[in-house]
Design a protein around this ligand. Structure first.
Ligand code: ADP
Ligand code: 5GP
Length: 246
């Protein structure tokens, strides 16, 4: 494709959709690949907007027909990126952003190794729980078992952070948005020689600081909080009932 392919992954509730929508308000020329899914619409979600909602039967038919660049089962539902999304971005000469899980990211990177991958981490399990719960409340459906399923999956997903080029910790929203924007502008600068005006040096510094190899100190407390990097080598218990977050 002419533009750059950005892959963004994160545990559910980390703020990935929020970051993507803010990025697209601030940076032009970035298309968002609307995925196909067999899960039911949530809250105010509209068909064709957040997702193309479909049946399992139609989804599997599309798999048979080779319509997906990648597809995966997440939380019992099927999700996939249509090849057509890449074609449309290519024709428009735009960058394309995929919001996909770690399994999908692996498939895309093996087919398109030039893709730029970004992993978003929530700062702590407690914050993640609060965000998931607040979102469910805003959507008028609080499903505790679904919430805990997503929380427990979070650690497993975060373990895959090493597969990604850039790491964002979505603690302070404005900072995370600025970091995401910097990554997009820096990649355009390095790959396409696109000018990034007077802010260029600062933008390049911000993006470089988010490279995985430069993020170790920043992400260490997050990994510890999620029980991935225990000083004793023992798995921590980050989802106990101790946190009084609501
Ligand atoms: P995801 O797309 O990763 O599942 P969302 O973007 O839906 O997550 O965010 C989950 C919830 O957290 C939403 O209610 C959103 O408004 C909120 N949120 C996202 N980022 C932040 C942040 N940095 N600080 C506080 N709340 C946030
Ligand atoms: P949600 O149901 O919360 O919108 O998304 C659940 C998970 O599915 C998230 O990790 C999200 O990134 C992932 N996802 C969304 N679309 C796709 C897709 O097209 N392919 C894959 N592999 N994962 C997706």
């Amino acid at each position: 494709m002419a533009g750059i392919l950005f892959i963004i992954s994160a545990p559910s509730g980390s703020g990935k959709s929020t970051l993507v929508s803010e990025l697209r308000k601030q940076v032009g020329g970035v298309d968002f690949a609307v995925s196909w899914t067999t899960r039911a619409p949530r809250g105010s979600e509209q068909n064709g907007n957040e997702y193309h909602f479909t049946t399992r039967e139609t989804f599997l038919q599309m798999v048979e027909e080779g319509k997906f660049l990648e597809h995966a089962e997440v939380f019992g539902n099927l999700y996939g990126t249509a090849r057509a999304s890449l074609d449309e971005a290519r024709v428009a000469g735009h960058d394309l952003l995929l919001d996909i899980d770690v399994q999908g990211a692996l498939q895309v990177r093996s087919k398109l190794p030039e893709a730029v991958s970004i992993f978003v981490m929530p700062p702590t399990p407690k914050v993640l729980r609060t965000r998931l719960r607040n979102r469910s409340r805003a959507e008028g459906v609080v499903n505790e078992s679904e919430l805990y399923r997503r929380l427990h999956e979070a650690s497993k997903e975060i373990e895959n952070y090493r597969e990604y080029s850039y790491i964002l910790v979505n603690d302070i929203l404005d900072r995370a948005i600025a970091q995401l924007e910097a990554i997009v502008l820096a990649e355009r600068f390095y790959r396409n020689g696109e000018a990034i005006a007077y802010r260029s040096r600062r933008v390049l510094e911000v993006a470089a600081a988010c490279l995985q190899q430069n993020s170790q100190e920043r992400i260490k407390p997050v990994l510890e909080a999620f029980g991935i990097l225990g000083s004793s080598g023992q798995q921590a218990l980050p989802f106990g009932d101790d946190a009084d977050d609501d």
